[in-house]
Structures are given as C-alpha cells and as structure tokens.
Design a binder for this molecule. Structure first.
Ligand SMILES: Nc1ncnc2c1ncn2[C@@H]1O[C@H](COP(=O)(O)OP(=O)(O)OP(=O)(O)O)[C@@H](O)[C@H]1O
Length: 133
C-alpha cells in the first residue's frame, strides 16, 4: 500500500467523521426530542455516579443512552427524507414517519424499564436509610 493510498484512506475516515458530526450537530440544533434525550442521558449518568452502579449496570445504562439517541437520529433522517420526497399528504409518508417514531418510543420504553430496574431499588434503599435515622 502506497503513502497516497494511506493518506486518502485517512482523509476518507476523517470526512466520514466530519459529515457524521455535522449531522449530529444539525439534528441536535433543530430537534427538541433529541435535545430532551441528551438532557435525560446526562441526568442518568449523574445518577449512575451518585449511586455508584456496578459495571454491568453501567453497560445497560450506556446501551439505553446510545440506543435511544441513535434511533432518534435515524427517526430524524426518516423525517427529512419523507419531507424531501413529498410536501403533500400521503398515507405512506404518514406510516413512514409514525413507524420511525414508534421505533424510538419502543426503545425509550425499554430504557425507562432498565432505569427503573437499576435505580428504583437504590432509591427505595436510600429512603429506608433516611427513615431509620
Ligand atoms: N407528508 C405527510 N403525509 C402524511 N402524514 C404526514 C406527512 N408529514 C407528516 N405527517 C404526519 O404528521 C405527523 C407530524 O409530522 P411533522 O412533520 O409535523 O412532525 P415530525 O417531523 O413527524 O416530528 P417532529 O415534531 O419530531 O419533527 C407525523 O408523525 C405524521 O403522522
């Protein structure tokens, strides 16, 4: 492999990263739901540190956070493509948008369950300790 090949591969990776970053920033600037997911994710991370959750629990928290954000980005991409294809009302456009939104909702629901399984017993334990004092 020549130096030129290595350089062009390197710049291709850089371009891929730059475009993906631009996509993330664009969506973050315009999508209220995505902003909400970032705020909620930050709260989850702070709670995870406060309660000193285990390594396995961290894995579930990380999967929940990144999964929901990745799906919200995909949902945003679907919305953009639908809007690009048609401004008119079309049942298929409605289905595409609603199904993409449903994918986020399903994953977010799972994340809430994970959050409850991890944090609820810890919060209850905390209250029990307070009540004893
Ligand atoms: N071209 C269309 N044809 C039919 N139904 C549509 C069309 N565009 C949007 N809808 C329906 O209207 C709803 C709201 O669409 P709208 O584009 O206002 O918001 P969104 O882009 O889906 O969501 P967000 O508020 O997160 O940007 C969609 O979920 C879909 O049910």
């Amino acid at each position: 492999m020549g130096l030129k090949d290595k350089t062009s591969k390197g710049s291709r990776w850089r371009k891929t990263f730059v475009y993906a970053w631009q996509g993330l920033m664009d969506a973050l600037g315009k999508e209220k739901n995505l902003q909400f997911h970032f705020v909620f994710a930050s709260i989850m991370v702070v709670c995870s540190f406060i309660f000193s959750i285990s390594r396995t629990e961290w894995l579930f928290v990380i999967l929940s956070i990144f999964g929901v954000i990745a799906l919200e980005l995909m949902n945003t991409a679907v919305e953009r493509v639908v809007d690009l294809v048609t401004k008119e009302y079309h049942p298929l456009a409605k289905q595409a948008k609603d199904i993409a939104a449903a994918s986020v909702l399903v994953y977010a629901f799972m994340s809430v369950i994970i959050g409850l399984v991890i944090f609820l017993p810890k919060v209850i334990q905390l209250f029990e300790k307070w009540l004893v004092f």
